[in-house]
Write a protein that binds this ligand. Structure first.
Ligand code: SAM
Length: 351
């Protein structure tokens, strides 16, 4: 029998993994102009393309705001600029919009993108400022006919592991909307006492395991193990909840991670304090008959907004306000999972 000559061994090209390793290279959607079909495919599947944010309840907001050409408006939370653009389109080139955001990285990109789409400084003034400075901007603008605040974080911020907003990806435990200001969540944890941390988790996110998690985190830090990455925080939470029955463990850990990350984000960005200030200054920033719509994403925000609008209505500052929240349609929630927790509230300033 003739023996087959063995084929020379050919080394396989190293498999680099299904996805590129770096976030910048990760998705084609990051270059939406070049890969329009990829972006559309991702949206059709109910996901948010990387580097983009899908604006929520646009129709409901525009229906309520009833924007007319010549009016002056304020978008307190510019983000990707989707709402700002939709509102500017209602002006038909007459009038002006002001917009704020505290995120230098994303607001610079949005400014450039909107300019390229024809929304330059003639119609839009973007300020890298906290929305709690609404009084200063209203003074400059001469008051607003309409105002929108779409609270919280954008998809670009959540999806960028370097920002530390998501427990699903490894990154530094930062959680600041503006990484150039204040202290990161990791630095905050270095300094905080067990009692204060438990209180923060409870106050900001109604965390039922606040005591256990606060103890585990502060014990770990005392031992010299800093909690300075999203994975380290997630691991502490997983270990703390390891006693849970198997069938509920996975889901409870996921929800607890969401609440703990949210509580820290609220804390390092002083979200309740600035929202409170914004709601206090809001009536004076609106012209008479002016309209405001606010989107909230968790019960703490919603309670604060509801209380302020109700108090303003009772005091005769608002002629009407949303007694019930407006929720996104089931269709919108199916198309954009991030819309599911949204609640919209509104008010009209008395004439
Ligand atoms: C949900 S996103 C807004 C998305 C936007 N409406 C759109 O259509 O693309 C919230 C944005 O508000 C910004 N933000 C949060 N708190 C802020 C504050 N106190 N002052 C100014 N901007 C803030 C965040 O940095 C983020 O970009």
């Amino acid at each position: 029998m003739q023996q087959e000559t063995p084929k020379p061994h050919k080394r396989r090209v190293r498999y680099k993994g299904k996805y590129p390793k770096k976030f910048e290279e990760k998705y084609k959607e990051l270059n939406p102009e070049k890969y329009q079909d990829t972006v559309e495919h991702v949206i059709r599947k109910g996901n948010t393309p990387a580097g983009m944010h899908i604006s929520i309840m646009v129709k409901e907001i525009l229906d309520f705001l009833k924007i007319q050409p010549g009016e002056t408006g304020f978008d307190a939370t510019l983000g990707y600029g989707g709402h700002t653009k939709a509102m500017m389109e209602c002006l038909h080139g007459e009038g002006h919009m002001y917009a704020t955001d505290v995120d230098p990285e994303e607001s610079a990109k949005t400014k450039k993108r909107l300019e390229e789409q024809g929304f330059g400084e003639g119609i839009l003034t973007i300020k890298l400022q906290n929305f709690c400075t609404i009084d200063e901007i209203a003074k400059e603008a001469g008051g607003f006919d309409f105002i929108l605040a779409d609270l919280g974080v954008s998809s670009m911020q959540i999806d960028n592991p370097k920002r530390g907003f998501s427990f699903r990806a490894d990154g530094p435990l930062d959680l600041r909307l503006n990484q150039q200001k204040g202290i990161s969540a990791a630095e905050r944890l270095d300094q905080i006492s067990r009692e204060e941390l438990a209180g923060m988790l409870y106050e900001n996110s109604d965390e039922p395991y606040c005591e256990e998690i606060a103890k585990a985190i502060t014990d770990e830090i005392r031992k010299g193990n800093r909690i300075d990455s999203t994975t380290k925080l997630r691991t502490v939470i997983e270990n703390t909840l390891d006693f849970l029955p198997e069938k509920e463990k996975k889901d409870t850990i996921r929800k607890t991670c969401q609440r703990v990350f949210q509580a820290l984000r609220i804390d390092v960005n002083q979200e309740f304090e600035v929202l409170y200030e914004f709601m206090e200054k809001l009536p004076d920033a609106l012209k008479s008959g002016g309209r405001v719509a606010i989107l909230t994403f968790h019960s703490g925000e919603d309670k604060l907004v509801k209380k302020a609008l109700k108090a303003g209505y009772k005091a005769g500052i608002y002629s009407d306000y949303a007694k019930d929240v407006i929720r996104p349609s089931m269709q919108e929630c199916a198309q954009n999972g991030r819309a599911r927790s949204t609640k919209m509230r509104w008010a009209v300033k008395a004439e």
